[in-house]
Design a protein around this ligand. Structure first.
Ligand code: FES
Length: 376
């Protein structure tokens, strides 16, 4: 047990915080309320840097908020706010002249309370529900509409038809998720602070297990063999709900970056894209690129597109024409047959041999540079 100089007092003016090194640990120093205090820098949640967090007076004292996802700790006692039971490590501080010294032995040890939710247990443990013989087809409808004013959706109608066909022809188990009926938060972009700040399952889901993405993660990652994604074209792109879901799926792709772990294995994705005006190839291109980045296999002829062209402003005739046209029904069914055929073949593949040829941290130009404030 020994005190070590870690900083000069003049480097820690009142109302500031700083991350310092103490042996092989990183410690967050705080100078608030006329006192210098020290906590372990690594947040108990995912290791975020507490020394970069905001400090405010609240509850029974001064609290630091972790900049990654908002966990809070009393900067003197290391305790979580009233009602929580996490305890961050605390270090003893001595000021001698202009020197700040820290005792290298923790005064209070860190202790993380149990935050597990039964709703997330299957996701955390990755309890896959697929088998070598399963044929589970998940339809995702990305169209948005007011359920109080329901109307005919061409993309959703095509999806419903092909799922019925899958049940009849292939004896598939099917499920439909309508994104508009799932209440889920936008991605809040924690990844942009540190790759480790985006974990599995998503930190928003951890904080709010009832968030609608829990259903999507469970059905897409654990249950589905095939995902059929149906979207309208809105301003030349897939619907905004589709993109909202994609952003929250960063957690799936990021497992490859931070753990070299592919969550999506032996699964196939195909797409139904309909719109009054065109841009089908761009919409399908984005979808193929995104789904293959998650680990899905994309079949040949992986999308069905239907649109009426640039001048089709007579939208009142859109549904009439769609219903009259046999093309979408026929081609969606053919696409489904191909998708099932491909699935049956990839189920025989040894997925342990599949690697993800994506960039790793070491491939970054600054991959070997240490960030002195970070713990990881
Ligand atoms: S709140 Fe600190 S790492 Fe998540």
């Amino acid at each position: 047990m020994a005190f070590q100089k870690v900083l000069e007092l003049s480097e820690l003016p009142a109302g500031t915080s700083k991350v310092v090194k103490l042996g092989n640990k990183k410690v967050a120093l705080f100078n608030y309320n006329g006192k210098i205090t020290a906590l372990g820098n690594a947040c108990l949640h995912r290791g975020g840097p507490l020394g970069l967090g905001c400090v405010e007076k609240k509850n029974d004292g001064y609290y630091v908020t972790c900049p990654w996802h908002g966990w809070e700790y009393n900067i003197e006692s290391g305790a979580a706010p009233p009602g929580y039971h996490d305890q961050q490590s605390v270090f003893e501080v001595k000021v001698e002249g202009n020197d700040i010294l820290l005792n290298d032995k923790e005064l209070v040890a860190a202790k993380k309370a149990n935050h597990d939710s039964p709703l997330l247990e299957d996701l955390v443990k990755l309890k896959y529900q697929t088998t070598p013989d399963s044929l589970n087809i998940l339809g995702i409808s990305a169209t948005n509409m007011n359920n109080g004013l329901p109307r005919y959706s061409t993309s959703e109608a095509a999806l419903e038809d092909v799922l019925e066909y899958a049940k009849e022809k292939h004896n598939a188990a099917t499920k439909t998720l309508k994104l508009r009926n799932l209440n889920f938060r936008h991605c809040e972009g924690y990844y942009s602070q540190h790759a480790q700040a985006c974990n599995w399952p998503c930190s928003i889901t951890e904080a709010e297990p009832a968030d609608g993405m829990t259903q999507i993660y469970t059905d897409m990652v654990l249950w589905a063999d095939i995902v059929l994604l149906a979207t309208p074209i809105r301003w030349g792109q897939a619907s905004s709900l589709y993109y909202k879901m994609c952003e929250r799926l960063n957690t799936v792709q990021n497992q490859i970056t931070i753990k070299d772990k592919i969550l999506i294995k032996n699964k196939v994705a195909s797409f139904i894209i309909t719109g009054g005006q065109d841009n089908i190839q761009q919409v399908s291109g984005q979808m193929m690129s995104f789904f293959t980045s998650l680990g899905f296999v994309i079949p040949p002829f992986s999308f069905v597109g239907w649109s009426r062209g640039w001048t089709a402003e007579d939208m009142d005739k859109n549904v009439l024409q769609f219903k009259k046209n046999e093309y979408v029904k026929r081609s969606s069914r053919e696409m489904l047959d191909n998708t099932v055929e491909l699935l049956m073949n990839i189920k025989k593949m040894d997925y342990k041999k599949i690697t993800a040829p994506l960039p790793h941290k070491k491939d970054s130009f600054t991959g070997d540079m240490e960030n002195p404030d970070m713990n990881l």
